[in-house]
Design a protein around this ligand. Structure first.
Ligand SMILES: Nc1ncnc2c1ncn2[C@@H]1O[C@H](COP(=O)(O)OP(=O)(O)OP(=O)(O)O)[C@@H](O)[C@H]1O
Ligand SMILES: [Mg+2]
Length: 157
């Protein structure tokens, strides 16, 4: 488990950028944390690190934004408006959450399976990543106006 304190939006961006060198096809980055904790900021950094020049925003209206011009395809997903795993499956997103072709960065991953997961806890059996898939679970918390705690742990591979 890695724990990181970010003291500015830029530091969060740089952390995301550094992840671009760690990921490969089949990675799911599951981002959990309240509104405004920096999930999109991390994805912006990841996208920049993958050489994606398009603007990366919270996908407010689209559930899914795909960026295919970088070193790896990046699917940016926001589950905020979906309330249950059944709705997520119904929206056709399951493939991205379990076995993406490239990298999937998923905001509000709590909506999928792990509403109660806390860093350091094992994953439920049903949530084990498929062979060849790595799940990086990321928990962001607001520690002050410009401070964020970012704890993350990788499963599978
Ligand atoms: N250390 C920090 N890291 C990241 N963002 C920070 C930090 N300090 C302040 N901020 C501010 O917090 C906000 C984070 O916004 P961001 O859109 O990344 O959050 P989010 O978790 O994606 O929220 P949402 O759930 O609404 O999608 C921005 O306004 C950013 O400027
Ligand atoms: Mg966001």
């Amino acid at each position: 488990m890695d724990s990181y304190i970010s003291n500015s939006p830029d530091e969060t961006l740089e952390l995301g950028r550094s992840w671009a060198a760690e990921v490969s096809a089949g990675w799911v980055i599951g981002l959990m944390g309240d509104l405004g904790t920096g999930k999109t900021q991390l994805v912006k950094g990841l996208a920049a690190g993958l050489g994606i020049e398009a603007t990366v925003n919270s996908p407010t209206f689209a559930l899914l934004q795909e960026h295919d011009e970088g070193q790896l395809p990046l699917a940016h997903i926001d589950l905020y408006r979906l309330e249950t795993p059944a709705e997520i499956v119904g929206a056709g997103l399951e493939h991205f959450l379990t076995a993406p072709d490239g990298v999937a960065a998923v905001e509000w991953f709590e909506r999928w399976l792990f509403a109660d997961w806390k860093p350091g806890q094992p994953l439920p059996e049903s949530a084990r990543p498929a062979n060849g898939t790595t799940l990086r679970l990321v928990k962001l918390t607001d520690e002050g106006e410009t401070q964020r705690r970012i704890v993350y742990e990788d499963f599978g591979g």
